[in-house]
Design a protein. Sequence first.
Length: 287
Amino acid sequence: MLYIIGLGLADERDVSVKGLEIIRRAERVYLEAYTAILLVDQSQLESYYGRPIILADREMVESKSDEILSGALEKDVAFLVVGDPFSATTHTDLALRCRQHEPSIPTRTLPNASILTAVGATGLSLYSFGQTVSMVFFTDTWKPSSFYDRIAENASLGFHTLVLLDIKVKEPDLKALARGKIVYEPPRFMTVDQCASQMIEIEGERKQGVCANGKLAVGVARLGNADQQIIAGTLEELASADLGRPLHSLVLCGTKMHDMEWEYVREFAIDQAKFDSIWKAEYAGKG
């Protein structure tokens, strides 16, 4: 059987008891290592789990899944996922490949906390979130703005938008690749300030007010960990904020922010008086 096991968000101790039991008896243990990361390294996981771990990068999961599924009809194979197993479509695809295998490979999923639910620590109601969007690193020649349309749809309904920030792990250096050499760039993790800056930059092109400087937003980092950080303010304020090491996410607040949400979130405000003033002028009573 293939077990797809959610690890939660912080460290090796967030795994469920059921998950840990399966990991310790599995024939092989893989760790998906590119859609998200834990806040501890591989050796710490191996020490706690008492098992060696095989890192599964994008190439292995998407192009060499047969290696992962090999022997899963006769033995237990554990596939570990940071957060919840189905927070990324990559893992749905792996489960589908098990179904399509001849004969089909049985699967079992063990859920865990993900950013999609942990973001409730901000005090914003999960019932009031719209579509989740992703923000990629801009380059000098590539600045995709499709995220803006999804945020605009959410904003038209007064919904909050969770923005997931780009992760670059084991990305090939394109210049080296052009010379026939495979060289990987150092890992990069987008920060809240980078995300806010890119949102404001696209606002300058679209000019619809969706990601204007004065829009209220909440930045989060390392949710679920002892040193988690949550800050609130305008996009302009978040564009200068430093929340430390990864992973980061951002929430753009919708106008349906209830009084109770405001009361909770305001405690994280960079400038509480300014936050309160904007909320009362543009958000209060619109839910």
